[in-house]
Design a protein around this ligand. Structure first.
Ligand code: GDD
Ligand code: MN
Length: 369
């Protein structure tokens, strides 16, 4: 087997449930990058369909291909970052693993960066590019709206800030990596917003292709995360987005609690058992709802499954139980000692509880970074 040359260009390919697309993609890269020393790094979040195995099967005979398999993690942005930081090539590209991005423009992107740009973006929205093929009308409208919002925040002009296809110097990655939010889908936007200086951007047109195999992973939570990223960058990261999500889930939990209480006392006839019993039952319902929502939204990148889910739920009950006791205790003391009127005391108790629940469940229940 020939010793491979050190790669000049590393292509990072985040993949989740893309088993059928791995081999065709490598074949296309091979054709598009003939004559160049390149490597491809697939970053797979332990897909159940054997995506990692498909990549390793190719790697067994092609030293240009590697695979990073992450366990217990989900997230397009963090997968891209880990892939980019795993290589030593002077130039790094990020490209989807579903064949929707046009690999034949990679040489032009590389040329643009070698000619002085900090980053070359595969763009659907400059002349010669197109987005129509790959998106439904609704998804297209959403993408346009998001792009408009993003452009308002960006220090540089970019026609397609929502692109997931770009190429940059490795030094730029290394420099910006510690400041990246690393959540959600919009890694390019995150890089552009987190750079310490205005990056010189070159856009290379391409037509977004439609997906042939597998399906898109973009869903409502991804959109929520996008809103979170924009808010985070707009406020200079003053309030951790994860905390806001946790607090929002808490607010929903309050509504669930009141609804459950009304049901228990009313139609379900728990009234005779006493208000205390109904209040406890409603608390349990609300805590369970909060746990499920936090697991799906706030900590989606560290989502618990299987036995870990039940262990997490038990811990969450415990954490929130202590939080609730602290809430009642502290508010009671504040009122008794005349420090605050009951309204303010109640709010202070609730705030302390949310912060406690957040701090402890972040570290104990979900162990998010
Ligand atoms: N490792 C990993 N983990 N990969 C993921 C994850 C994840 O949680 N979620 C998605 N991917 C991979 C997919 O397997 C695919 O290779 C790529 O990331 C893009 O995901 P899609 O689900 O196909 O997204 P899309 O086609 O709707 O949107 C993409 O293209 C747009 C146009 O460039 C994204 O790249 C968008 O950011 C982009 O705007
Ligand atoms: Mn796609």
């Amino acid at each position: 087997m020939p010793t491979p040359l050190p790669a000049h260009l590393a292509i990072i390919i985040p993949v989740f449930r893309e088993a059928a697309n791995v081999a065709p993609l490598v074949a296309r890269l091979d054709a598009a990058l003939a004559g160049l020393a390149w490597e491809a790094v697939f970053v797979d979040d332990d897909s159940p369909d054997g995506t990692a195995a498909a990549a390793r099967a190719i790697a067994a005979t092609d030293p240009r291909v590697r695979c990073i398999r992450r366990i217990g993690r989900r997230g397009l942005a963090s997968a891209c970052i880990e892939g980019m930081l795993s290589v030593s090539a002077p130039f790094v590209a990020v490209m989807d693993g579903d064949l929707q991005h046009d690999e034949t423009i990679l040489p032009a992107m590389l040329a643009a960066v070698q000619a002085g740009a900090d980053i070359a973006i595969g763009s659907r929205h400059v002349s010669g590019g197109a987005a129509s093929g790959g998106f439904s009308a609704a998804r297209g409208a959403l993408s346009d709206g998001g792009a408009r919002l993003a452009r308002m925040l960006l220090p540089v002009q970019v026609a397609d800030p929502m692109s997931g296809f770009f190429l940059l110097r490795r030094e730029v990655v290394e420099d910006v990596a510690p400041r990246l939010a690393a959540r959600g889908f919009k890694i390019l936007l995150d890089i552009l917003l987190s750079a310490r200086r205005k990056l010189v951007v070159a856009e290379v047109p391409y037509s977004f292709r439609s997906r042939l195999a597998g399906e898109s992973k973009l869903d409502a939570t991804v959109l929520l995360e996008f809103a979170g990223l924009l808010l985070d960058k707009a406020t200079g990261g003053a309030v951790p987005m994860r905390f806001l999500a946790f607090a929002a889930v808490g607010a929903v939990g309050l509504l669930v609690h009141m609804a459950a209480l009304a049901l228990l006392v009313g139609p379900l006839g728990f009234g005779p058992l006493g208000f205390g019993t109904a209040q406890w039952a409603a608390t349990l319902v609300a805590m369970t709802a909060n746990f499920v929502l936090n697991n799906r939204i706030t900590y989606r990148d560290a989502r618990l499954r299987g036995p870990a889910l039940w262990r997490g739920l038990a811990l969450f009950y415990l954490v929130c139980g202590i939080g609730a006791a602290a809430n009642v205790g502290i508010a009671g003391l504040l009122v008794r000692d005349g420090v605050l009127a009951w309204g303010m005391a109640g709010a202070a108790g609730a705030l302390i509880t949310v912060v406690w629940n957040y701090a402890v469940s972040s570290t104990l229940v979900w162990r998010a970074r």
